[in-house]
Design a protein around this ligand. Structure first.
Ligand code: DSN
Length: 426
């Protein structure tokens, strides 16, 4: 590169990624092919519109790329339609809200401290200014069971237009059948925000909400799906010309969503990202991706068990998916921010996390959140989780001992270098 400052920073980041282990459950390492597509000359191209219906000329290759991404996404999730243009998870969720709900309408989502995401109506966000968000949450924080009875009571009272099943820090499996029953009873559109677990669904390691009557599924493409940063909206219903207005019916959701993404809230799609999404979806369709997703769950179970054995109090006492939330304040009297910083020092990257009904503030919360998708991509297995849990505990216990932290840093580095990043392979 001619820009040495940027080149040096890219190299430094590659070194950081190689010499440490990524435990943030929403991060992953992409393949060389995904990186190549992201860095391709498709970034030069404007393509407002949809395949076969563009505003600018020169679309013979972009049309094929986008159609491949759409077809592969539909095959992965078994949906009637896929919109692959959404730039990221937040606008993908907003696109569904705007496609179906009117300002002032009610939308139901998970209580944020119980695991719901900021885009599910955090006060101060644009969606929260436009819509009225109501909540459901866990009945029992020890098991993670959602209070479906209370959810039905609130839904009957508030008549939400959309019910969202989805989360960014909930370690248990949602009962999609119960969501569908409640949605049917109150006439709500069922939206699954599967950003965290879409890869596990694609790899058939976890159930697919679209098989339970959900109308829409949104997801980011860069977490367990192991693609570029971006998003995808899958929906069921009639697919028709996105440039012609359609009636607001559930059957027309695919077209309503396409029209909301473009020209509703976005301009030109990012074709280099769509090319990389197509590559990632192709990779996820291979049998080895199913092996990968099953291994994520095995590693997650093993890591949860190893942490609990060492005295970590896990929210819901375990996990059914790729992530876990540990209440480090309750376990070791350290807040999540300090724990994150200490673990960063030894090369283990994870993030601070609010715990359910956390008495501490979001920037210095009681918990940490960690997960296994990225380290599973590196090739770690269940037997390695003993070591990881041991390092986490030792770092927290030795937080004031710089010498010990340095020695742990070296152990992590030596270990991590045995597991190359996927872009260094082949
Ligand atoms: N930032 C993502 C996560 O880490 O869960 C969700 O937006």
């Amino acid at each position: 590169m001619k820009d040495e400052l940027i080149e040096d920073l890219i190299k430094a980041e590659e070194k950081r990624q190689r010499e440490g282990l990524e435990l943030i459950p929403s991060e992953n390492y992409v393949s060389r092919d995904v990186l190549t597509a992201m860095g391709s000359i498709f970034t030069n191209k404007y393509s407002e519109g949809f395949p076969g219906k563009r505003y600018y000329g020169g679309q013979e290759n972009t049309d094929q790329i986008e159609q491949l991404a759409i077809d592969r996404a539909k095959q992965l999730f078994g949906s009637d339609h896929a919109n692959v243009q959404s730039h990221s998870g937040a606008p993908a969720n907003e696109a569904v809200y705007y496609a179906w709900a009117e300002p002032g309408d009610t939308i139901m989502g998970m209580e944020l401290s119980h695991g719901g995401h900021l885009t599910h109506g955090r006060p101060g966000t644009m969606p929260a200014k436009i819509f009225n968000f109501v909540r459901y949450g866990m009945k029992d924080i020890e098991t993670g069971e959602i209070d479906y009875d209370e959810m039905l009571v609130v839904a009957k009272k508030t008549k939400p237009k959309i019910i969202i099943a989805g989360f960014s820090s909930y370690p248990r499996q949602l009962d999609y059948k119960k969501f569908a029953e409640i949605g049917d009873e109150v006439g709500a559109v069922l939206m699954a925000d599967m950003a965290h677990i879409a890869g596990l669904i694609a790899g058939k390691a976890l159930p697919n909400p679209l098989d339970f009557g959900f109308h829409v599924m949104t997801t980011t493409t860069h977490k367990t799906l192991r693609g570029p940063r971006g998003a995808l909206i899958c929906s069921n219903g009639q697919v028709s010309n996105p440039f012609k207005a359609v009636d607001k019916t559930v059957d027309n959701l695919p077209t309503l969503i396409d029209r909301t993404v473009f020209p509703g809230i976005q301009g030109g799609p990012h074709m280099h990202t769509i090319a990389a999404k197509a590559v990632a979806f192709g990779e996820a369709l291979r049998p080895e991706f199913q092996t990968y997703t099953r291994q994520i769950l095995k590693n997650s179970q093993a890591l949860a068990a190893q942490l609990m054995k060492r005295g970590f109090k896990l929210v819901t006492n375990g996990t059914d998916n790729h992530m876990m939330v540990a209440d480090v304040m309750a376990s070791f009297g350290i807040d999540g921010k300090d724990a994150e910083e200490i673990l960063d020092k030894i090369g283990l990257t994870l993030n601070k996390q609010i715990t359910p009904d956390d008495p501490l503030p979001p920037y210095k919360p009681s918990g940490i959140r960690l997960g296994t998708p990225a380290m599973t991509t590196r090739g770690l297995k269940e037997s390695d989780m003993d070591l990881i849990a041991g390092w986490i505990l030792q770092a927290i216990q030795s937080r004031n001992d710089e010498k010990k932290l340095n020695s742990l840093r070296n152990e992590v580095k030596t270990f991590a270098l045995d597991f190359p990043l996927p872009n260094e392979l082949a």
